[in-house]
Design a binder for this molecule. Structure first.
Ligand code: UD1
Ligand code: UDP
Length: 366
């Protein structure tokens, strides 16, 4: 292989970016026409290490920016400065970013400052509310402004971009790489077991859910434990101190609520597969659960993934404790309702998004 392959810089900062850019990285490595250059800002540390290890991603540069209880300006300044410098040193042909984190936006902006083309994976997701999710809705809109190649996961995401004036010729609907990552992991034998008993799997971390909404989620879980004595909870708790303080204070010590450290991806996929239903404010989990036939109750007021709600695989339940208790109870008590949600299917892709993105980039850039 020639030493002078054009470099594809793949920027990852947090857990979901590693999961969703792993299929693109692996596809680029397999394809061979680009030289992949994975740069981690390390906006996340341990939670990103888990994912990099799982997918064996070849990290070339680690900017090591994470600080305990960091604020948005700290992440933005450190990521932008580090990525700007790294792009200057490595001179990639294209910078690939994913999703809507602060790393995503800084990667796109730094590339734009160097006039290097930006590819945005999972482009076009919108809630239409600037503060939900916060700050992700603005990160994704700003990223869209400096993107050259918009890889939209669904037709709905494509329509959002067209409505904002992005030319149709710059948008490709590829499916979501989350489905590729899930399929890669299932193929390695993450397993679809079903032990006895009914289990809720819970994750929550959104900034707009810190504080009182997180406390209400915890209270709802305690009430559900009282109502259903065969029910148990697995709750891998995000490492954000804002999340952990509330969750541990409210739920520590309950005999049927297992508060766990963040799980590796294979373990988390297994936990989803073994659950009865999932409560989550996560973006990625809304995409994965329908593929695994698990109803997902979304702990948010809005979603940029309306497809799961439209097909009936997800319900937006918000963070009101009464509402969470009543929606979970309905699903646990009404087998037909449960079955309808569980069999709704996955509207997010077919597991070929990573390969398609690499092919499209090769067509456009080489
Ligand atoms: C970030 C993203 C969010 C994404 C989420 C995925 C932004 C603004 N937020 O939110 O879009 O959905 O990641 O999980 O980009 N921490 C650790 N170790 C880790 C990770 C986090 O200790 O491996 C702790 C640190 O104290 C850190 C804090 O969590 O300061 C918050 O991390 P941060 O990236 O700012 O926010 P998240 O809530 O993780
Ligand atoms: N996940 C994981 N271990 C966990 C919790 C989540 O591997 O303990 C995975 C999950 O399968 C999904 C992704 O992490 O792919 C979601 O990350 P997160 O909820 O942190 O971010 P979001 O998707 O909301 O941006």
């Amino acid at each position: 292989m020639s030493k002078h392959r054009p470099r594809l810089m793949i920027v990852i900062g947090t857990r979901p970016e590693a999961i969703k850019l792993a299929p693109v990285t692996l596809a680029a490595m397999h394809d061979g026409r680009f030289e992949p250059c994975v740069v981690r800002t390390s906006q996340h540390r341990e939670m990103l290490d888990q994912m990099i290890e799982h997918f064996a991603l070849p990290v070339a540069v680690d900017l090591d920016i994470m600080r305990h209880d960091q604020d948005l300006a700290q992440i933005t300044t450190a990521a932008l400065e580090g990525l700007y410098r790294t792009i200057a040193e490595r001179r990639p042909a294209c910078v690939v970013v994913q999703g809507d984190t602060t790393t995503t936006f800084c990667g796109a902006l730094a590339a734009f400052y160097h006039r290097i083309p930006v590819a945005h994976v999972e482009a076009g997701l919108r809630t239409g509310d600037r503060f939900q999710p916060f700050p992700e809705e603005i990160n994704r809109r700003l990223t869209g402004q400096v993107t050259d190649f918009h890889f939209a996961p669904t037709e709905g995401a494509r329509s959002n971009l067209l409505r904002e004036g992005v030319p149709a010729s710059r948008i490709w609907v590829t499916g979501n790489t989350a489905i590729d990552a899930l399929q890669i992991t299932l193929a390695r034998g993450a397993g679809l077991a079903s032990p006895p008993g009914r289990r809720l799997l819970v994750t929550a971390h959104r900034r707009e859910n810190h504080g009182a909404p997180m406390a209400a989620i915890c209270d709802a879980l305690l009430r559900l434990m009282e109502r259903f004595d065969d029910l148990s909870v697995r709750f891998p708790v995000h490492l954000s101190p804002r999340v952990r303080s509330t969750v541990f204070e409210r739920l520590r010590g309950h005999p049927r609520i297992a508060l766990e450290e963040p799980l590796g991806y294979a373990d988390f996929v297994r936990a989803m597969a073994e659950s009865t239903l999932i409560l989550s404010d996560s973006g990625g989990v809304q995409e994965e659960a329908p593929s695994l036939g698990k109803p997902v109750l979304v702990l948010r007021e809005t979603t940029e993934r309306p497809e799961a709600v439209e097909v009936g695989a997800a319900v937006l339940v918000g963070t009101d404790a009464d509402r969470i208790v009543s929606e979970v109870s309905r699903l646990l008590e009404d087998a037909a309702r449960y079955e309808r949600m569980a069999s709704a299917g996955n509207p997010f892709g077919d597991g070929t998004a990573g390969r398609r993105i690499v092919e499209l980039l090769a067509d456009e850039l080489l």
